[in-house]
Each structure stands twice: as structure tokens, then as C-alpha cells.
Design a protein around this ligand. Structure first.
Ligand SMILES: [Zn+2]
Length: 158
């Protein structure tokens, strides 16, 4: 092994030791230059995640305030955003969806999450991210507002 390989191994070992020593300490919320995505909970930017706290925030919020979306559960948010009738929410088999997602390959999980949240390279998002100046579908030329268009596009090659 050359010197670079040995140094790399040494640094990996030290990184692991450092992580083990400090893994339970809270991380400060430090601004990162040129960061393109931030996660905020209750007006505090998150620089690391306490998985249990995040899970509680997502699934078990208490004290919901109707006009304050930051107090809503994810289900409340998606019901409002996708205009899902309250009665229909009761017929969605959330546990089956959870199990199916957990049993899907990691790439499929990522694709489903990106498409269901709309956070992927469709026309509107590419325009918003300033990768292009329009939101037109590359196949049919229509306005490509959401990921739904990817599924509903009428172009022959879609
Ligand atoms: Zn199209």
C-alpha cells in the first residue's frame, strides 16, 4: 500500500473514533455556505436529526393549530395539499403503504419519495432551481407543473 492509502485508512479509523466519542452530543446549527436545502422545525434550522424527535414531529404532534401548518402532521399536510377528502383518508391503508415502501429497494424508495413530494427534475422544479427558463415538458411541450404530468403525459414516447 502506498502512503495515501495508509493515510486514508488512518483517517478513517480516527474519524470512526471521533464519531464514537461524540455521537451522542447535540450538533450546533451552523449555516452551511451554498446549501440548497434546509430543514426547519418550529423555526429552528436542523443541522442533524434526532430520529425519535423527528418521528414525533412528523407523526405525533400535539396542539394542532388549524391555521399554523407547522403544527400539522404529515397526513394533515398531504390531505390539504392533494385535496384528499377526509372520508377517503380513512380508507388509505397507511400500514400497508409503510410496509410496501420499507420492503422496496432503496432506489425505488427514493424515486417514490421524490415523485410523491414533487422534489425532482420535472419542468417546474428545474425552472425553480434555475436549471432552465421554462417548465415545458420535453416530450409533449405542455406546462410540466408537477410530477403528475410525468405519469399523465400524452406524448407517444412517454
Ligand atoms: Zn408531457
Amino acid at each position: 500500500m502506498d502512503i495515501w492509502t495508509l493515510l486514508n485508512i488512518k483517517m478513517d479509523i480516527r474519524t470512526g473514533e471521533y464519531y464514537q466519542q461524540h455521537k451522542d452530543e447535540a450538533c450546533p446549527n451552523i449555516a452551511i455556505a451554498n446549501e440548497s436545502l434546509t430543514v426547519w422545525i418550529d423555526e429552528e434550522k436542523q443541522s442533524c436529526f434526532d430520529k425519535q424527535m423527528l418521528c414525533n414531529k412528523v407523526f405525533a404532534r400535539t396542539g394542532k393549530v388549524e391555521k399554523d401548518k407547522s403544527t400539522w402532521t404529515c397526513k394533515d399536510f398531504w390531505k390539504e395539499r392533494e385535496i384528499i377528502p377526509k372520508a377517503a383518508m380513512e380508507y388509505i391503508h397507511w400500514e400497508a403503504l409503510k410496509k410496501a415502501l420499507a420492503n422496496s429497494p432503496q432506489g425505488t424508495q427514493r424515486w417514490i419519495l421524490k415523485h410523491s413530494t414533487g422534489q425532482c427534475g420535472v419542468g417546474q422544479m428545474l425552472q425553480r432551481w434555475k436549471y432552465q427558463e421554462h417548465s415545458l415538458c420535453p416530450r409533449c411541450g405542455e406546462q410540466d407543473k408537477t410530477t403528475k404530468h410525468v405519469i399523465q403525459c400524452q406524448a407517444v414516447d412517454a
